[in-house]
Ligand binder design. Structure first.
Ligand code: MG7
Ligand code: MG
Length: 312
């Protein structure tokens, strides 16, 4: 009975957070009862039972700057920098993007129809990188000069997860090395709690790009099929039954399926599309527990994590 009372006290903070959600215009929560139930379980479990699985491009990183100009994805780092150094090659990257980006977000094609195109896009783009034998140093420089920008509060969010020993799995169909270099440049080092499931550029002994890791991860295969269970961090997330999932695309909603457990996944989705596209927005509301409209911050995820931490 005493224990039950303690649990109850801990979960008393949930209604306060729910109230805050309701007050924020950019937050849509289609089923508040379900969200509150998930949050209560997460608060009761505490930091020890929690893992954060997050996308990187346009989730931890910003979609647009204050002027509304689109910022860069991890792959986009090559479009911009190569255009500057070798316009003919740069144009090839840009042509690929102009051809395949509309297919990725086409509302008519099914995922099955899109997959071969995505494989072609990633495959061609990775071949260009490998054929050019970019060096590790050059790529680090590209990242330094890139238009990848952290969302407001992302640094603090990552550091606070580390401080509370909550693992952060960055699950990205982008390029993992670019994320690593970006974190090193912004945070000084990669926090111990942070792990990557992504496409990694492999370097030869002269530190020149020579291949990409397998299996290839594109937008529509971000699920257990590409997660290697033997990865060293898997023991670390074992027993962490409560998942906070952060994403911005429809391809991000199954990032938790590789983790075996019976706890809840709270899905927080950034919607970067047009507000006029009511069908797309509705779809986001159906698949994500909490939808954040054009939100350039990590405030919501931070508040959830703070709440989980504060009660233990
Ligand atoms: N994305 C995927 N590829 C490319 C590329 O070659 N260039 C650019 N600019 N973007 C690319 O993080 C995954 C996101 O990265 C984009 C091969 C896709 O739009 C994908 O959603
Ligand atoms: Mg993304």
């Amino acid at each position: 009975c005493y224990e039950q009372l303690e649990q109850l006290k801990k979960t008393e903070v949930v209604p306060l957070l729910m109230e805050w959600f309701v007050q924020q215009q950019q937050i849509i929560c289609a089923n508040p009862t379900e969200v509150a139930a998930k949050l209560r379980k997460m608060v009761a479990g505490g930091a020890r039972k929690t893992v954060v699985i997050s996308d990187f491009d346009y989730t931890l990183s910003r979609f647009a700057n204050e002027k509304g100009e689109r910022l860069s994805t991890t792959h986009g780092v090559f479009d911009d920098n190569v255009m500057r150094l070798n316009p003919a090659l740069g144009q090839q990257f840009v042509d690929l993007k102009n051809k395949y980006y509309p297919i990725e977000f086409c509302p008519i094609l099914t995922q099955e129809e899109k997959i071969p195109h995505m494989e072609k896009w990633w495959g061609t783009s990775h071949s260009l990188i490998v054929n050019e034998k970019f060096s590790k140093n050059t790529i680090e420089d590209f990242v330094r000069q890139s238009r990848i920008v952290f969302k407001d509060g992302a640094e603090d969010f990552i550091q606070s997860l580390d401080a509370h020993n909550i693992p952060l799995v960055i699950f990205s169909a982008g390029i993992g090395n670019i994320i690593e270099y970006f974190l090193e440049q912004k945070l000084g080092a990669i926090p111990r709690n942070t792990h990557f499931i992504s496409n990694m550029i492999l370097f030869d002994e002269e530190e020149k790009a020579c291949a990409f890791s397998e299996p290839l991860i594109h937008t529509f295969c971000k699920n257990s099929s590409v997660i290697q269970k033997e990865t060293s961090f898997f023991h670390e997330i074992n027993g962490r039954v409560n998942v906070i999932l952060l994403g911005d695309s429809m391809g991000d909603i199954h990032m938790d399926v590789g983790v075996e457990r019976d706890g809840p996944t709270l899905k927080v989705g950034y919607y970067n599309g047009s507000l006029d596209d009511t069908a797309a927005l509705k779809h986001y509301e159906e698949v994500y527990d909490i939808v954040l409209i054009h939100d350039p911050t990590l405030d919501v995820a931070q508040k959830i994590v703070d709440m989980i931490n504060s009660t233990h």
